[in-house]
Design a protein around this ligand. Structure first.
Ligand code: NBP
Length: 479
C-alpha cells in the first residue's frame, strides 16, 4: 500500500512526527540523509504503525500516494533548500512539499513562490510543542495555498493536539509564509512569557526572600487561577527540584545565562521592520543577551554602584507580584497579536486571531487558560484594535494596575531588573496617554533635519525656520 505521507529528516522532531502519523493510522514512508537514523527509528518503534523504509529520495517519492505529501524535517536554512532542489525533479504537478521546521517566513515565501511556478504546492508549517508535542500532539500552524490544505489538513489535524472541546489545535493560517510567521510570533510570546516568570521569581527571591521550594508552592497555587498555563506549571517543577550532587535547589546550580535559537530575535526584527511595538518580546530577547555577557557582568559587579532605596514591602507582596506578572503577560500577548494584525496588512494574509489563539490552547509551549478568553475577545466581526481594549482585558488590567505599579516601583527602588514588567507598564501607559513627548521629538527632528510636523489645530504640514527668523512656513511632508 502506498504511504499517505513521507517524512525526510528523522532527527528528534521528524522521527516523532513520523511516529505520530503512524500511531494515527497513516502509512508513513521514512527517509533520512544517513540511513542509520531511519534504521534506528524502525528498530526502536517500527511496531507502532505502518512504516516504509527508504534509502533515497527517489524511493521515498515512489512510495507515496498521489498527490504526494513529503514533509521535510531537516535543519532549517540551507539544508531545506538542498532537499527541495533534490525533490523537485521527482515530483508531479499538484504534489505537496511541507516544511515543518523552524524556517524564517521570508524563506517560506520565497520557496512557495518558486515552487508555485513549477505547479508544486509548498506549505510552511509551524509546529510547536517540542519533542514531546511532536509525538503526542503538537499545535500546528500551516500556511501555503488553501487548495493544498484540502489534501494535507486532515492529516495534520488528526495528529495535532486537541482542545478541551475536541477542536484540533491545527487550522489553515493563510497563504505562503503565514504559518511560519504565526509560529515565530508564538515563540516571541514564549520568550516574554518566560521572562515575566523569571522577573516574578527574582522579585519574590530578592525582595521577599522566598526560597525556591517556597516559590514552587506559590507557582503551583498560581497555576490554579487565571495564570494557569504550561509554563507556570513547569516553573513549579523546576523550582521544586533539588540537585542530587549538591543538595541545593537546581535553579541555584544552573549558570545564569540563557540561550536562544533565534525565533525571538526574528520576531523583534520583524516588529522593527513593520513598526510594530513588541517591546516586551524585545526586552525578553535582550535580557537573555545581557545574561549571556558573563564577563562584562563580572566587571559590572565590581565597578558599578548599587545604591538602593529601602522599601517596606506591602503585606500582600506575593499577590502584587502575581498581578504584575499577569498584567505584563497580557501586554506580551497583546503586542504579539497586534504584530499579527500588522503582518496581515503587510502581506495580505487573512489572519483569524480567534482561531490562532484557539490553536495555541493545547500542544504548544504557551498553552494557557488565558487563550480561551483571547479567543472570545477576537470572535465575531468587530475586531478590537488591541486586545487590551476589550472589556474583559481592560477590566483585568485595571484590577491589576495598582499592584503592577507598586511592584515596578519596588523593583526600581531595590535595583532588581524587571525589564518586561516595567516596559509593559510603559507600553500600557503609552497607549492610554493623552499627549506623548513625541511632540517634542518631532520638534527636534524639525530643528535639525527639517523633517516637518503636523499641528494639533489645523491641517497641513509645517516647518519652523529654525536657523532663520523662526517663523513657520507650510511645508512638504517629510515625516
Ligand atoms: P535538526 O535541526 O537537528 O536537524 C537534523 C536533521 O537534518 C537530520 O535528519 C540531518 O540528517 C538533517 N540534515 C542536515 Br543537519 N543537513 C542536511 C542536508 N544538507 N540534507 C539533508 N538532510 C540534512 O533536527 P530537529 O531538532 O529534529 O529539528 C528539525 C526542525 O524542526 C528544525 O527546523 C528545528 O528548528 C525545528 N523544531 C525543532 C524543535 C525541537 O524541539 N527540537 C521544536 C520545534 C521545531 P543526518 O541525520 O543525515 O545528519
Amino acid at each position: 500500500m502506498p504511504a499517505q505521507i513521507g517524512v525526510t529528516g528523522l532527527a528528534v522532531m521528524g522521527a516523532n512526527l513520523a511516529r505520530n502519523f503512524a500511531r494515527n493510522g497513516y502509512t508513513v514512508a521514512l527517509h533520512n540523509r544517513s540511513v542509520a537514523k531511519t534504521d534506528a527509528l524502525l528498530a526502536a518503534h517500527g511496531d507502532e504503525g505502518d512504516f516504509i523504509r527508504t534509502e533515497t529520495l527517489e524511493e521515498l517519492v515512489a512510495n507515496l500516494e498521489s498527490p504526494r505529501r513529503v514533509m521535510i524535517m531537516v535543519k532549517a536554512g540551507g539544508p531545506v533548500d538542498s532537499v527541495i532542489d533534490q525533490l523537485v525533479p521527482l515530483l508531479d504537478e499538484g504534489d505537496i512539499i511541507i516544511d515543518g521546521g523552524n524556517s524564517h517566513y521570508t524563506d517560506t515565501r520565497r520557496r512557495e513562490a518558486a515552487l508555485a511556478e513549477k505547479g508544486l504546492h509548498f506549505v510552511g508549517v509551524g509546529v510547536s510543542g517540542g519533542e514531546e508535542g511532536a509525538l503526542l500532539g503538537p499545535s500546528i500552524m500551516p500556511g501555503g495555498s488553501a487548495e493544498s490544505y484540502k489534501a494535507l489538513g486532515p492529516l495534520l489535524e488528526k495528529i495535532s493536539a486537541k482542545a478541551d472541546d475536541g477542536t484540533p489545535c491545527c487550522a489553515w493560517i493563510s497563504t505562503d509564509g503565514a504559518g511560519h510567521f504565526v509560529k515565530m510570533v508564538h515563540n516571541g510570546i514564549e520568550y516574554a512569557d518566560m521572562q515575566v516568570i523569571g522577573e516574578a521569581y527574582d522579585l519574590l527571591r530578592s525582595a521577599a526572600g522566598l526560597e525556591p521550594a517556597a516559590q514552587a508552592e506559590i507557582f503551583s497555587q498560581w497555576n490554579e487561577g487565571e495564570l494557569s498555563s504550561f509554563l507556570i506549571e513547569i516553573t513549579a517543577e523546576v523550582l521544586g527540584h533539588v540537585d542530587a550532587a549538591t543538595g541545593k535547589p537546581l535553579v541555584d546550580v544552573i549558570q545564569d545565562s540563557a540561550g536562544q535559537k533565534g525565533t525571538g530575535r526574528w520576531t523583534v526584527q520583524s516588529g522593527l521592520d513593520m513598526g510594530s511595538p513588541v517591546s516586551a518580546i524585545a526586552e525578553s530577547v535582550f535580557a537573555r543577551s545581557l545574561s549571556s555577557q558573563r564577563e562584562i557582568r563580572a566587571v559590572g559587579q565590581q565597578v558599578l554602584a548599587g545604591e538602593t532605596t529601602e522599601v517596606t514591602l506591602p503585606e500582600n507582596f506575593v499577590e502584587d507580584v502575581r498581578q504584575a506578572l499577569f498584567a505584563s503577560k497580557l501586554v506580551s500577548y497583546a503586542q504579539g497579536l497586534d504584530m499579527l494584525t500588522s503582518a496581515a496588512g503587510e502581506y495580505g494574509w487573512e489572519l483569524k486571531l480567534d482561531e490562532i489563539a484557539g490553536l495555541w490552547r493545547e500542544g504548544c509551549i504557551i498553552r494557557a487558560a488565558l487563550l480561551k478568553d483571547i479567543m472570545a475577545a477576537y470572535k465575531g466581526d468587530a475586531q478590537p484594535a488591541n486586545l487590551l481594549f476589550t472589556p474583559a482585558f481592560s477590566e483585568a488590567i485595571a484590577k491589576a494596575l495598582p499592584a503592577w505599579r507598586r511592584v515596578v516601583a519596588i523593583a526600581v527602588q531595590l535595583g532588581i531588573p524587571a525589564p518586561v514588567f516595567s516596559s509593559s507598564l510603559a507600553y500600557y501607559d503609552g497607549l492610554r496617554r493623552d499627549r506623548l513627548p513625541a511632540a517634542l521629538t518631532q520638534g527636534l527632528r524639525d530643528f535639525f533635519g527639517a523633517h516637518t510636523y503636523r499641528r494639533t489645530d489645523k491641517e497641513g504640514t509645517f516647518h519652523t525656520l529654525w536657523s532663520g527668523d523662526r517663523t513657520e512656513i507650510a511645508a512638504e511632508d517629510t515625516h
